[in-house]
Ligand binder design. Structure first.
Ligand code: ADP
Length: 714
């Protein structure tokens, strides 16, 4: 690839290398081909057309559906020193004319327009005779009726492209990868023998989890109390739910905005701006919020209800961590979510064929919430990507970051009560009977005569309801498809009643998300950024993203040379803000008396290796090497003991120097190996049951680890 392309990338965007896929896409455009790229949200689509736009002669027109996105993109580009503008209905005719003049003079490099604009004669006439290097179509799935954001105005794109004597290169971008949408985009946009690129769908900075067994609102407050300073989105299924959640959080003193289609335009855009400008940290919204929201420092996306399919989920969840920093995507799942989604599909889709497709997609979504294997692997496989790794170490199922509680007895009480009530009632009524309520409906059905009446009187109604929902979420019970969902028993519940199966509840351990960085300096730089952003009237992340600040806190750049090595600091940005930030960093170093080694960091070339993240199990291993116990490592790292144990075992499996014998009690060593030999290594439970109680799982896992590595040193 031409060296100048890298110069553009560094100078205007501050990056030294391309992300996966970007280079090939750009090369395809530069070679003059129509190009179609599917990249996940946050994957870095914009640069794929912005870099060639700056390289090629002429003007690039970017068609994008949302006004908010245009402004954001143009502000960012201008901050980077790129001559870019947008034309939309918010501008006066004088402003629009000025922009068209600047296009005619050849100064303008990138022009964002909404598709509606394309059929206006004055616009066509003004633009027709210009040299247009490329028409880039963002959110290209909007052209397809199969996509979830269909826009009639996207049909105007092809007639618009045809007005030019010399057809410009057409490049289409989307994050939606289903086959129908793909075909539709190529056909309806009349792409000419396009080069198609599907870049990896993995977003390795995102941690995925499902919370099934907890009261949703309690979880939210627990989570928010640990993540006060961070920006996040909570998606709820309906406007009503958004309003109620918003109200509840406001009354608890949280700074929260809301967004849904039932609000007025003004109220909605104010709420959105406050969020973009970091004035409110949290946004509660329906899925109407988000397309085109380019806020890079969203640290978590929580789905209050299970979404209808994985396409929507991955797109919404993908709004977390666009800056590449560690972020979290959580679904709060309950059995009722299945009912709601089925109901919505049946209500909103008249065609039976289409309903069948949507129900199948819903089923895949449910399976995602139910699977006990790697969540990342599930998603990537769903999108047709081969993900070889068994254990990503970055989702709840791989890290096991949960506390396990045995609830077999409670489950038996609940199931036998449901059985005695004839499997004909909903969750609330069952909970009332177990609680021993004197409510008239309970008495009318004579449920106070049941042996299970009041057998859980020591629990609150809410606890009982949560337990029932847990059993539904884990498939021990299920909800009927009827209008009033009644709770039914499954094959699994019979096994629990007979005592063949133990039931455990997994409680999510909420860990603090933190940027791997010097927090004090980070806060100082954030305050400086906010001050500048307010002055310039742009969202803070447009000045510098969180990941840029985070790098500054890692490497303490003190001069131009070292500042330019920070990812995301290009020359133009440096000229604008570099020195103010350097000054703050120098002040901080002086005040805090950082060691000479730290002091030197600013003048050192940032080594490539240093900027790579250390895998989490290796961070644990670094503590292990210092002789710290598992319990203390768990405290220091704020992780659960089972997670630390898994890390140690992983290190041992990777051949690192771990003394596994230390975890295997000497007096039972032979017995443990004997049981392993007899019972095999695929299931731990039978081995545990065959051993004395004081042999814990770590001992068994350590022994299996040694046993499977060719009986080394037994
Ligand atoms: P999307 O694909 O959702 O449109 P964006 O184009 O908004 O994603 O990019 C997401 C983030 O990734 C932006 O903050 C962008 O600056 C950053 N980014 C894009 N390309 C690179 C790169 N080569 N190196 C580092 N960061 C990048």
């Amino acid at each position: 690839m031409d060296k100048n392309i890298f110069n553009i990338l560094k100078k205007y965007f501050g990056y030294s290398s391309f992300r996966r896929g970007q280079e090939n896409i750009i090369q395809s455009i530069l070679d003059g081909n129509d190009t179609f790229a599917i990249m996940p949200t946050g994957g870095g689509k914009s640069i794929c057309y912005q870099v060639p736009a700056l390289y090629m002669k002429g003007l690039t027109i970017v068609i994008t559906p949302l006004i908010s996105l245009m402004k954001d993109q143009v502000d960012t580009l201008r901050e980077n020193g790129v001559n870019a503008s947008y034309i939309n209905s918010t501008l006066s005719s004088k402003e629009t004319n000025d922009i068209l003049m600047s296009a005619l003079s050849g100064h303008l490099k990138i022009l964002y327009v909404a598709p509606e604009r394309l059929e206006q004669d004055y616009f066509r006439n003004a633009i027709k005779d210009l040299t247009i290097s490329m028409v880039a179509i963002d959110e290209a799935h909007c052209v397809s009726q199969w996509g979830h954001d269909f826009r009639v105005s996207y049909k105007r794109i092809v007639p618009f492209i045809n007005i030019f004597d010399k057809r410009p290169i057409v490049a289409a971008f989307t994050a939606t990868a289903t086959d129908e949408v793909k075909k539709d985009i190529i056909n309806l946009l009349e792409l000419k023998e396009p080069n198609c690129f599907i870049t990896g769908f993995d977003r390795d900075n995102l941690f995925f989890s499902i919370v099934k067994n907890e009261n949703k609102f309690d979880f939210i407050t627990k989570y928010l109390s640990k993540h006060k300073e961070l920006s996040g989105i909570i998606y709820a299924a309906t406007r009503k739910e958004v309003d109620s959640l918003h109200q509840k959080l406001i009354s608890q003193g949280y700074s929260v905005g809301k967004y849904h289609a039932g609000m007025g335009d003004k109220e909605r855009s104010e709420s959105q701006d406050l969020f973009l400008y970091d004035e409110t940290k949290l946004m509660i919204a329906t899925n109407a919020f988000g397309m085109g929201i380019d806020k890079s420092n969203v640290r978590f996306v929580i789905h209050y209800n299970m979404p209808k399919n994985l396409e929507s989920y991955y797109q919404e969840a993908g709004r977390a961590g666009r800056d590449g920093e560690k972020s979290e995507c959580i679904i709060l799942f309950s059995g009722q979510d299945i009912q709601i989604q089925k109901f919505l599909i049946k209500q909103s889709i008249p065609s039976f064929d289409r309903q069948r497709i949507e129900l199948k997609k819903l089923n895949d979504m449910i399976n995602y919430c139910m699977t006990t294997s790697c969540l990342r692997k599930y998603i990537l496989n769903y999108f047709g990507e081969n993900y070889e790794v068994e254990n990503c170490d970055n989702c709840i199922n791989c890290t096991g970051n949960v506390e396990i509680v045995d609830i077999t007895l409670e489950a038996q009480k609940i199931i036998s009560c449901i059985y005695r009530m004839g499997q004909n009632f909903g969750v609330t009524m069952i909970a009332e009977v177990l609680k021993g309520s004197k409510n008239s409906k309970v008495l009318r059905f004579n449920f106070d005569k049941l042996s299970t009446y009041g057998i859980m009187k020591d629990c609150t109604l809410k606890q009982i309801t949560n337990l029932i929902n847990t059993l539904i979420a884990d498939g021990y019970l299920y909800l009927s498809d009827s209008e009033y969902a009644t709770v039914k028993m499954s094959q699994k519940s019979i096994e629990v009643l007979k005592g063949y199966k133990k039931v455990v509840q997994k409680i999510h351990i909420v860990e603090e998300l933190s940027l791997s960085t010097d927090n004090t300096l980070f806060e100082i730089l954030k305050a400086l950024r906010l001050e500048i952003a307010r002055r310039e009237n742009v969202p803070p992340y447009i000045i510098f993203s969180d990941s840029v600040l985070s790098e500054m806190c890692k490497y303490y750049p003190k001069d131009k040379n070292s500042m330019l090595q920070i990812k995301g600091v290009g020359e133009i940005k440096y000229n604008k803000y570099g020195e103010i930030f350097e000054e703050k960093i120098r002040e901080y170093i002086k005040e805090t008396n950082l060691t000479p080694e730290d002091n030197n960091k600013g003048t050192l070339k940032v080594p490539e290796l240093l900027s790579k993240k250390i895998p989490t199990h290796i961070e644990t291993f670094n503590l292990y090497k210092k002789g710290i116990t598992i319990a203390d490592m768990a405290k220091i790292r704020n992780l659960s003991i089972p997670t630390i144990q898994e890390h140690i075992l992983k290190c041992a499996n990777e051949g690192l120097n771990v003394n596994l014998d230390a975890y295997i009690p000497a007096e039972y060593k032979d017995l443990i190996y004997e049981k392993i030999r007899i019972l095999g290594t695929s299931k731990l439970r039978p081995i545990k049951d065959a051993l004395p109680d004081d042999v814990d799982y770590m001992a068994i896992k350590a022994a299996i680890c040694k046993y499977t590595s060719k009986n080394k040193a037994i």
